[in-house]
Write a protein that binds this ligand. Structure first.
Ligand SMILES: CC(=O)SCCNC(=O)CCNC(=O)[C@H](O)C(C)(C)COP(=O)(O)OP(=O)(O)OC[C@H]1O[C@@H](n2cnc3c(N)ncnc32)[C@H](O)[C@@H]1OP(=O)(O)O
Length: 165
């Protein structure tokens, strides 16, 4: 890819994965292991970044993660990701997870985080990525939501650290 960044719609990056929580992915309480949820988030985020950049992408970082509600064995986990911001070679992706009770259809937000992926060329070096363009009001809203939520979360971590130290 050359140095002139093209623009790719946010929608190109939108990715959804559906999983069933099975006993081998749970703790002694029959709830999803945190590491399993992080794995799903990493995979879904990476697919989103790669669809967006049309390149292999590697995970460079994951922001703070709060597990706000459990996922119980037998429940469905839905993982959704989209790219909302880019640097020269990096793509910021918002990843949300919610659980779904297959008997009632009831949904519960369980986890959100922000991951940064770096696009890699055929020689294994970071390579340029397109800019994100929002073509619809819905895409603009998704981008705005991600930027504001990430900022709020970072501020809340700083606040917690101030209280603790
Ligand atoms: C999908 C997977 O699970 S992949 C497996 C897990 N991930 C990995 O193995 C990745 C291991 N890490 C690496 O290979 C390297 O550290 C890389 C490719 C992420 C970065 O390599 P560097 O030599 O630091 O690259 P460089 O300094 O040129 O920076 C490239 C970009 O990475 C970004 N970057 C580097 N480190 C980080 C980090 N810790 N967090 C966020 N972004 C980062 C830089 O800001 C820069 O972004 P920009 O071009 O948009 O400004």
């Amino acid at each position: 890819m050359d140095e002139t960044n093209e623009a790719v719609p946010l929608s190109e990056s939108q990715t959804e994965m559906t999983e069933m929580l099975l006993p081998d992915s749970t703790n002694a309480l029959g709830r999803a292991l945190g590491g399993v949820v992080l794995h799903w988030m990493d995979i879904c985020g990476a697919i989103s970044a790669m669809r967006f950049a049309n390149r292999q992408c590697v995970t460079a970082s994951m922001d703070h993660v709060d597990f706000i509600a459990p996922i119980d064995v037998g429940e469905i986990a839905v993982v959704k990701a989209y790219a909302f911001n880019t640097g020269r070679t990096s793509v910021d992706v918002k990843v949300d997870v919610h659980s779904e009770d297959p008997r009632t259809g009831e949904k519960q937000e369980t986890t959100t985080s922000f991951l940064t992926f770096v696009a890699i060329d055929d020689d294994g070096n970071p390579t340029t990525v397109p800019d994100v363009v929002c073509e619809t009001d819905a895409e603009k809203q998704l981008r705005q939501e991600a930027v504001e939520k990430r900022q709020k979360e970072l501020e809340s971590i700083i606040e917690r650290m101030r209280e603790d130290y």
